[in-house]
Design a protein around this ligand. Structure first.
Ligand SMILES: [Fe+2]
Ligand SMILES: [Fe+2]
Length: 152
């Protein structure tokens, strides 16, 4: 499968998981939140290590900004994940903090699908995109496991 198609499919998984978190409570909510945290950490790391560098190298100077913006949005999400992890899930501000994370991530995924993927498709040949999937998944798994350990 094309790594870019795979990225889109994972985004849909994250959207579902965020909905589940919103409708859960207490320990279950925390558990699902940590699942999202670890998976998204792996997803972002895999994008940054496997897909973004190639696109950055191939696109014209003015299009590099799209990729840089993706990376900055990952940092923004990461910041809010840390804040939520430090906050008790029963705290009255948890849901508001999560809503902000959700908005950041939804905006990011939409922009990544509309702008970044469109750009990446133009500069990475189809065979290469298929070849990248394995590497993407191995980085994702490794980084996800590291985060899971850290969150225990
Ligand atoms: Fe993504
Ligand atoms: Fe991303």
């Amino acid at each position: 499968m094309d790594v870019l198609t795979h990225i889109k499919e994972e985004h849909d998984e994250f959207r579902e998981l965020m909905k589940k978190i919103e409708s859960s409570k207490s320990a279950k909510k925390k558990e699902l939140f940590r699942e999202l945290y670890a998976k998204l950490h792996g997803h972002h790391e895999a994008e940054e290590k496997v897909v973004f560098p190639m696109v950055l190298e191939e696109v014209k100077a003015e299009d590099k900004e799209v990729v840089r913006e993706m990376i900055e949005e990952h940092s923004l999400g990461q910041y809010q994940f840390k804040v939520l992890e430090k906050t008790d899930v029963e705290d009255e501000t948890w849901d508001a903090k999560f809503m902000v994370l959700k908005e950041v991530l939804e905006h990011h995924m939409e922009e990544e699908e509309k702008e970044f993927i469109t750009l990446a498709k133009k500069v990475i040949p189809k065979e290469k995109r298929e070849e990248l999937l394995e590497k993407f998944e191995s980085v994702l798994e490794k980084k996800k496991k590291e985060k899971e350990k850290e969150l225990k």
